[in-house]
Ligand binder design. Structure first.
Ligand SMILES: Cc1cc2nc3c(=O)[nH]c(=O)nc-3n(C[C@H](O)[C@H](O)[C@H](O)COP(=O)(O)O)c2cc1C
Length: 192
């Protein structure tokens, strides 16, 4: 038995913040809908603790639709400068409304307006249509704080499996795997 490796993640994440030229918080999130076909895209990690790893998105997007059908996801960080990856898998839940509101309030006003203007993942006939919507939203919220749209908030991936992969010479890479079962976390090594 061991503890959830939050300190290890924190130290790798801190090193990535120093080493990566941009977006150390960028991670791929893979989902699978009812049709069994996987899909993957990048998002930004906006919070993490012992409960899991949080990203924000549109609840009507394709990824959200897939998560409604199958509430499990896989996350992947690749910190190229450090030659490391972290793989996380587990069930997904929505963050609380209060948590979503608190994070939304930290975003720039432009990003807040963008969250209202975008029908993420829906077909768009032209860029001009989106710009017109953005303009209309800007006018709608003129002079007032932009509230969080009801269709925009966060998902939390609660890890059940987390693997830390470190490049080593001659492809003798190191893989440390932490898994959650019943009573707690166990740690093991994997062949590279
Ligand atoms: C580096 C990077 C970070 C991104 N961060 C987010 C994010 O935090 N939330 C989000 O909804 N989309 C983010 N996107 C856009 C997504 O990759 C994707 O285009 C969008 O969420 C729609 O995905 P879907 O149609 O599979 O739902 C990001 C893209 C890149 C390249």
């Amino acid at each position: 038995m061991t503890d959830f490796p939050l300190p290890l993640f924190d130290s790798w994440f801190a090193e990535a913040r120093q080493a990566e030229p941009n977006d150390p918080e960028a991670m791929a999130v893979a989902t699978v809908g009812a049709d069994g076909r996987p899909s993957v895209r990048m998002v930004l990690l906006k919070g993490h603790d012992e409960r899991g790893f949080v990203f924000y998105t549109n609840y009507e997007s394709r990824k959200a639709e897939q998560l409604r059908e199958n509430s499990r996801a896989a996350l992947l960080f690749h910190w190229k400068s450090l030659r490391r990856q972290v793989r996380i898998e587990g069930p997904v839940s929505k963050v609380s409304a209060a948590e979503g509101d608190a994070y939304f309030a930290t975003r720039s006003r432009d990003s807040q307006l963008g969250a209202w203007a975008s029908d993420q993942s829906r077909p768009l006939d032209s860029r001009a249509t989106f710009e017109a919507r953005y303009q209309a939203i800007t006018e709608r919220f003129q002079g007032v704080d932009v509230p969080r749209p009801p269709h925009w908030s966060g998902f939390r991936v609660a890890p059940e499996r987390i693997e830390f992969w470190q490049d080593r010479a001659h492809r003798l890479h190191e893989r440390r795997l932490f898994t959650l079962d019943g009573d707690g976390w166990t740690e093991g090594l994997l062949y590279p």
